[in-house]
Design a protein around this ligand. Structure first.
Ligand code: ASP
Length: 600
């Protein structure tokens, strides 16, 4: 047996016991003829003492060992001498005196410190991911992720869900990205597509009478590597038959609220039940459809107050169909001119032409470049609408709706951070629903699904698909947490005729639709129950739960931001012979693949 207990376990009640421990050398120091080292494994760290008077041979070996060597210790637990306890260590009251020491494997000096959370270049961390994962931060994240997935499995199994695996080699299952294709050797010239999600398959499981399905599902999307994305990621994929929106939302809400309360009691779910906002309400109050509800600073509309206020800039925007809206950065009236200029530059990045401000003054001497253009009454009504009090900084943007939404939404988030309004231990879940069913794609001159091809429109809006598609709403719901969309779902279409109508609306000709999705259309003719589901993203949820800045920190072996695995050097060039078998020839490779992250 390599160990009788883990390195994190020895406590005062074990004093006098003989134990066998094994792990990695965390730190070593010589002191007064005696050698000390901290031995670490997954569960923690314990101090080990090698005393030549107890075992000369072990002491000699202990003088040789270095950080990250793998060793085994047979020794006796003893109380540390008075004054030598380490209150920061759970095992800090005791130490283990070595009787026998075995080196199981020496180690090269690691490229970065394993025993300290020092800043290390991410490329180096990714190249030596097996060492990075040995560090405490990522070990904690892996453990948390395990607990999240286990909680999901237990919770759903108790409620009668079956976990069903669906194929990875399949046919295009679009979610708005490009497909990853896999060439078939046995069918030259033909390709499988990796699923962007198991969407069609889970719906077919409903046709199959499974009724309650889930899967911890890998999804593959070949997207440009903007922001925090991975080519493959994991969803809790879930589908239920004979349900309406409410059923799916309540189930997901129960699952995640009880999960937080059970495995993360230090976190607080801000509102129970989760707030529900229509898409329009979210846009109007927060400027985005994935709002962070951990703080207020809501956006208020001022358009009706300034349409004829005499101030040209505002009047013109209103005349052109734009909005004038503002937020109140409470208590920020002491911002300097330079600080306000920085905020102006910030909103300009999102298309705003400028940022008007007004610092509320008790005596009416407001600091503001715009008050001189406005009458007293308008100024007063703006202050009232934004609930301005002396010392508040009111910030106002005028422009076309998209620009006002985006710039004020971003400004609100920027100030939320800057003014320290965000409690990292608070989890503000909410639901967004009543999304537009389709969105106009100006480049392609066609309607795109705002969710995906299989989402059903609201029954009362079906007639609009023929007359005014842009006003129809879909039966979609998004799960939002702390300003991130963490899952989307919907009630699906389950009738062939409506599905065909939806395909047509988004420009899929009958023939193409039949060729790509004929199996779905056909299945809908064999008694398909009404059904719906959702797919929360495990990576993003774990990222937020762990308080990490990006999803790579909660994925064991992530790709870098150029979609490469820099540890194994993937993707990589394959031999000609392999390509011949696949009837594939590589052509037109650009010479400059500058995003390649060199691994040596
Ligand atoms: N398949 C959808 C997605 O990946 C989720 C769903 O509708 O259940 O976003």
């Amino acid at each position: 047996m390599y160990k009788t207990m883990s390195c994190g376990e020895p406590r005062i009640e074990h004093v006098g016991e003989s134990v066998t421990l094994a792990g990695w050398v965390n730190r070593r120091r010589d002191h007064g003829g005696v050698t000390f080292f901290d031995l670490r494994d997954r569960e923690g760290v314990v101090q080990v003492v090698a005393n030549p008077e107890i075992s000369d041979e072990s002491h000699k070996k202990a003088m040789d060992i270095r950080q990250e060597w793998v060793v085994q210790v047979v020794g006796t637990v003893r109380q540390r001498p008075e004054g030598m306890e380490n209150p920061n260590l759970p095992t800090g009251e005791v130490e283990v005196e070595v009787n026998e020491l075995a080196v199981l494997n020496p180690a090269r000096t690691p490229p970065f410190l394993i025993n300290e959370e020092t800043e290390v270049d991410e490329t180096v961390r990714l190249k030596y991911r097996y060492l990075d994962l040995r560090r405490e931060r990522l070990q904690r994240n892996l453990e948390l992720r395990h607990k999240v997935v286990k909680y999901i499995r237990d919770f759903l199994s108790e409620r009668g869900f079956w976990e069903v695996e669906t194929p990875i080699l399949f046919k295009t299952t679009p979610e708005g990205a490009r497909d990853y294709l896999v060439p078939s050797r046995v069918h030259p010239g033909e390709f499988y597509a990796l699923p962007q999600s198991p969407q069609q398959l889970k719906q077919l499981l409903m046709v199959a009478g499974v009724e309650k399905y889930f899967q911890i599902a890998r999804c593959f999307r070949d997207e440009d590597q903007r922001g925090d994305r991975q080519p493959e990621f994991t969803q809790l994929d879930l589908e239920m038959s004979f349900v309406v929106r409410e059923d799916v939302m309540v189930l997901a809400e129960d699952l995640f609220t009880s999960m937080v309360e059970t495995i993360m009691p230090e976190k607080e779910v801000l509102a129970k039940p989760w707030p529900r906002l229509t898409y329009q309400e979210a846009m109007d109050r927060f400027g985005k459809d994935n709002p962070d509800l951990r703080y207020g600073m809501e956006i208020h509309d001022l358009t009706d107050l300034v349409g004829e206020c005499g101030f040209k800039v505002f009047e013109q925007e209103v005349e052109d169909g734009g909005f004038v809206r503002g937020i109140n950065a409470k208590g920020s009236g002491s911002f300097s001119r330079r600080e306000i200029d920085e905020l102006t530059e910030f909103v300009k990045e999102y298309g705003a032409k400028g940022l008007a401000y007004l610092v509320v003054d008790k005596g009416g001497e407001h600091r503001s470049p715009i008050v001189k253009f406005l009458d007293q009454e308008t100024v007063q009504s703006i202050i009232e609408r934004l609930e301005g009090e002396p010392g508040d900084l009111l910030l106002i943007v005028a422009g076309q709706p998209e620009i006002v939404y985006e710039s004020l939404g971003r400004l609100r988030e920027h100030l939320g951070e800057r003014l320290d309004l965000i409690d990292p231990d608070t989890l503000a879940f909410c639901w967004i629903f009543d999304f537009p069913y389709v969105l106009w794609n100006e480049d392609e001159q066609r309607w795109d699904p705002s969710h995906h091809l299989f989402t059903a429109p609201l029954p009362e809006d079906i007639h609009l698909l023929d007359t005014d598609p842009g006003s129809a709403r879909g039966q979609q719901y998004d799960m939002v947490l702390n300003g991130n969309e963490v899952g989307g779902g919907s009630i699906r279409i389950h009738e062939r005729s409506l599905q065909e109508k939806a395909f047509k609306l988004i420009g899929l000709e009958d023939e193409v639709a039949r060729e790509r999705f004929g199996h779905m259309l056909e299945a809908f003719e064999y008694g398909t129950p009404p059904h719906g589901g959702i797919a929360p993203g495990i990576d993003r949820l774990c990222m937020i739960f762990a308080g990490e800045p990006n999803i790579r920190e909660v994925i064991a072996f992530p790709k870098n931001q150029a979609a490469r695995d820099v540890m194994a050097s993937a993707p990589s060039v394959v031999e000609g012979g392999q390509l011949n078998e696949l009837h594939i020839e590589v052509i037109n490779v650009p010479e400059d693949d500058s995003d390649i992250v060199k691994t040596e």
